[in-house]
Design a binder for this molecule. Sequence first.
Ligand SMILES: [Fe+2]
Length: 421
Amino acid sequence: MSPPFSASVHVREPDLGHTTTTKPTDDTRSTVIAAFRTVRAETEHRCASLCEEDQTVQSMPDASPAKWHRAHTTWFFEQFLLVPRLVDYRVFDERYAYLFNSYYVTAGARYARPQRGLLTRPNCAAINEYRRHVDAGVEQLIAHAADADLEEILHVLEIGLHHEQQHQELMLADILHAFAQNPLLPAYALDWQSANPQLGGDEFAELPPGIHSIGFADAGFCFDNEQPAHRVFLEPARIGRALVRNAQWLEFMAENGYTTPSLWLSDGWAVVEAGGWQAPGYWRKRDGCWFSMTLGGLQPIDPDAPVTHVSYYEADAFARWAGKHLPSEAEWEIAARTNLLDDAFGAVWQWTRSAYLPYPGYRPAPGALGEYNGKFMINQMVLRGSSHATPRGHARVSYRNFFYPSARWQFSGLRLIDYLN
Ligand SMILES: [Fe+2]
């Protein structure tokens, strides 16, 4: 099995920041085509070591097969860019919209998510062909679109590229979950490097209290949920420079963290009991020692590495046990903007105690793409930063990731905050 992307994930950085312009040039078009090819190639690179069976399996309703990710990201370009914009475009297969539409009600009926693993057909060869067909269409559109149309085309294209990058990380989280169900515990990449151990110490840094602005207010791309930028008020507090490490989590476990109901939210305790949780996701005890299933296979727990694959419920219980709190997303963002955080990006996503809600004045984009973020703003919690599986160039200080509080198959960890009041 060849290493799928240990080099490329940290090297390939598509230039997605300047794809829109009021006066398009040939340079603009070639830059955009290069960015498009880079992102599409990264998806294929991440799947290069996965056989057809690997790409077809769906290990739980929340996860999707790698083959489905590859097809769905392709459908996104076909549905939202080629069908409406490329004259004489021939849809690759009229049936695919039903199979590969995820949740866009506006775009029509769709196949049930929990059954995506039943799609042995179309096979990988057909999806390869689908990707090539759509790639050619997108490149034709970019190369030949009228100047007057290019700005809107590039806007949708840019969303499609960032969308595909999101799925690149999801693919790895999903295949890890699938491999973790396999008694053979296969490695996705034998040389996979999990989240790097932190270099910083355990100290807490004082947050600048008072009024600050959060949200995206720069030039370039952001998702609609990062806007409008707005003011927030921070109470005096000190935030952990470092991520919570496995050594600390082992202390929490040793002090009966998973069996002490008073540490847990009611919903969280119900999940702990129902799931029999005794440790983070993918942890297994062998001969008295803890191991974790990773993309590199089963590996001993590194006490210095950030804890990963914990749910919001676990992060919240840990914070309570530690006598501290999870930061709000505003506190996290201001801390990151003022360089107070070690490992803000590139190790693990960090749970915040903020519910995933619209920012003041938020409005979803018009049309089907307005379904991208806004309709999920209920019952989920925000994570900030990025993980070691996040494609390079995809993270931002204002980026808002979100998952249900019981989810722990993502590369999710935490840091703490302490208040001075
Ligand atoms: Fe999607």
